[in-house]
Write a protein that binds this ligand. Structure first.
Ligand code: PNW
Length: 479
């Protein structure tokens, strides 16, 4: 790697450039092909849960337009494409035999990627739990982890030899805390103790699922993707503010890194949450089941947080970027206050701080030097405008991507073993509780016609990928 004033930044040979999506966010066809309902169908159809009442019923209609989308992936010159498999499409009730029509959809997609020289990176769980499993208790219930392992094994049999990397879970932090504590994500429950049980059963699902994949394919590359929280103290000299940072780090990062990579939950996490739960859902032997060798650790990074310990006076800030949640996702940390960090901000209200990317990668490299890293999501929502000639000059998105890719390069320069980068997202899509209002795509989707249009950022990214080189400035050419 080198940086020169005029030539930008070269990336290591073989560095994987990709883009990412997720099943519920793009597929639509929610009741077609034998697909069963997921918790996101139920949640998005519940009044008041998503902005404008948006649902994933149609989304980007990728289920019907997959071939066209493969064309865009190929035209972008991507080395890899990260997608997720909708569990209720392939196993409608979350248990029992596979639905051949659902499997055939992903089989065609994977073959289509391989035909175009694009490596398939498949995520087994990106939040669309079969509703029947939620009805049986969801992630707070241990059986869900066993159901996940069964599903993982069946999918490994179907697609295993053709998928390059198997990712068990996407962002279990969101599944557990936003789904079961704050309730802003499906299934919308606000039960702090259940959220911690969900944390454990998601970790267990990863371990059991990874083992199940390897029982079918001993050489399968297995990974998990976590969303990292970089919390910084409002007052670095304050012990109380440093403690707020520690507690956020325990709940958000180490609740997963501990069991997944070190074989135990952090002592301080157990202590901090003792008033919420006694963790009796952790059984003897679970630690050994959860900690499996990771071929790569997926890192999703978007922004940083600024925290302090609330002193109990004045108006309490709640600038945590999670909207008007009924509950807090920060279980057992009620006096941790999220203060709005300095801007600039994206359309999500998230601050733009590429230094957090470098920091996260270097921290993981320091703590787990043998685990290769891959940035499996990074990107930004902005209010895009379509010019008269149809062009979308999304310079702020290009600048965001540029600066974060540069931050990845800085981590690599400092020794981190980062193997790839996936831009979130290939196309505008259903942004969960924000519906279609927030656009993360490098390709625009017209939700009335389904038409896809490359934004300037897509042209810019294609050039970057083809040269394996980050240009010096972030301005797009729109060529
Ligand atoms: C991730 N938070 O979601 C997901 O993996 C994607 O599906 C999503 O579209 C993307 O990031 C953009 O939001 C997150 O509240 C959702 O901290 C919420 C949070 C983090 C990540």
């Amino acid at each position: 790697m080198n940086t020169t004033a005029n030539n930008g930044r070269e990336f290591p040979e073989g560095f994987t450039w990709g883009s990412a999506t997720a099943s519920y966010q793009i597929e639509g066809a929610a009741t077609e092909g034998g697909r069963g309902p997921s918790i996101w169908d139920t949640f998005s159809h519940t009044p008041g849960k998503t902005l404008n009442g948006d649902t994933g019923d149609v989304a980007c209609d990728h289920y019907h337009r997959w071939e066209e989308d493969l064309g865009h992936i190929a035209d972008l010159g991507l080395d890899a494409y990260r997608f997720s498999i909708a569990w209720p499409r392939v196993q409608p009730g979350g248990r029992g035999p596979l639905n051949p029509e659902g499997v055939a959809f992903y089989s065609r997609l994977v073959d289509g990627l391989l035909e175009r020289g694009v490596k398939p990176v498949a995520t087994l769980y990106h939040w669309d739990l079969p509703q029947e499993l939620e009805d049986a208790g969801g992630w707070p219930v241990r059986d869900t982890a066993y159901r996940f392992a069964e599903y993982a094994e069946l999918m490994a049999r179907e697609l295993g030899d053709r998928v390059d990397v198997w990712t068990t879970l996407n962002e279990p932090w969101c599944s557990a805390y936003l789904g079961y504590a704050s309730g802003v994500h499906a299934p919308g429950r606000t039960e702090p103790a259940a959220a911690l049980a969900a944390v454990h059963h998601l970790n267990l699902a990863h371990g059991l699922g990874g083992r199940a994949i390897r029982s079918v394919l001993p050489d399968a590359k297995v990974s998990v993707t976590l969303n990292f929280h970089v919390a910084r103290p409002v007052d670095p000299a304050s012990q109380a503010d440093q403690d707020a940072v520690r507690r956020v780090d325990a709940l958000a990062n180490r609740a997963f890194l501990g069991p997944l990579l070190e074989g135990a939950y952090p002592e301080d996490l157990l202590r901090d949450t003792a008033s919420v739960t006694d963790w009796s859902f952790v059984q003897d032997g679970d630690a050994a089941l959860i900690r499996i060798p990771l071929d790569v650790l997926g890192v999703n990074y978007y922004s940083t947080a600024l925290v302090r310990t609330w002193d109990g006076t004045g108006d309490r800030s709640s600038a945590d970027g999670h909207g008007d949640a009924a509950g807090s996702p920060w279980v057992g940390a009620d006096d941790v206050e999220f203060v709005r960090p300095p801007g600039p901000y994206t359309a999500m209200g998230w601050n733009i701080d590429p230094s957090g990317m470098t920091e996260t990668l270097l921290r993981l490299h320091r703590d787990y030097p043998d685990v290769p890293l891959m940035v499996t999501e990074n990107g930004a929502a902005f209010e895009d405008t379509v010019a008269e000639d149809g062009a979308i000059h999304d310079d702020r998105r290009i600048a965001y991507l540029h600066d974060h890719i540069d931050a990845v390069g800085q981590a690599i320069d400092a020794g981190a073993d980062v193997r790839g980068y996936f831009a979130w997202s290939l196309m505008d899509n259903f942004e969960w509780s924000y519906g279609y209002d927030r656009r993360f795509g490098i390709i625009r989707v017209d939700y009335k016609t389904g038409e896809r249009t490359w934004k300037d950022s897509a042209h810019w990214y294609r050039d970057l990928v083809s040269g394996n080189r980050l240009p010096e400035t972030g301005t797009g050419t729109g060529t």
